[in-house]
Design a protein around this ligand. Sequence first.
Ligand code: UDP
Length: 240
Amino acid sequence: MRTDVLGVAFDNVTLDEAVDRALAMLEEDGPHMVATPNPEIVQRAGKDREFAGILSQADLVIPDGVGVVYAAKILGRPLKGRVPGIDFASALMGRIAGTGKRLFLLGAAPGVAEQAAANLRAKYPGLEICGARDGFFKEDGPVVDAIREARADVVFVCLGFPKQEKWIAAHGEAAGARLYAGLGGSLDVFAGKAERAPEGFQRLGLEWLYRLMKEPSRIGRMAKLPLFLVSAAGARLRGK
Ligand code: UDP
């Protein structure tokens, strides 16, 4: 049973449970999709039916932001906690390192995926990164071929939402991997181009505040967050 938060159904899992599920998917034929919606993504799904349909078909849907966890609580169906996509990705890499499973990195500006690959190989000895490619391609065919030829098991698709989820839905099967995870700006962080909030901010659930301090231009995007919680309160009052 999934937990509905304003139209997106979330798996109520801890980080470890999410990674266990992903590893189990790697033992089955693919493609499987892991989605990591934050409040902005839930809001977008409310306006984009195709995107909402894709999220509802995903094999694992984890709550990326603290906003989703608050909304679930307001709705009276609390989730175990947030599972940031980047933590999921890190834990998964730790578990597949040394197993022979092959990871492909797709997304971000030219050079970023390659830099991320170098950093990740150093961080997770035994991690097999079988390919890396930027996310500003014009044609899908060569990207699909590259993933298939690399015999990838797992692909981190970091094209921003909803592009990455739509890409996985359209091309996941042809590219031949078993597991695809849509992970937004994660490659920028792995490459050292973008900084994650210090642990104190993370622990307090204030990662969004740190991001806002670093990139004040995000204020427009973030101003929608309180509205998201108000929507949750409204839905609760209407008995949804
Ligand atoms: N990106 C990409 N291809 C595109 C558009 C964006 O690879 O056509 C990348 C961009 O360089 C960045 C990521 O997608 O690395 C999106 O990052 P953001 O933090 O905005 O992600 P989101 O808010 O979707 O999690």
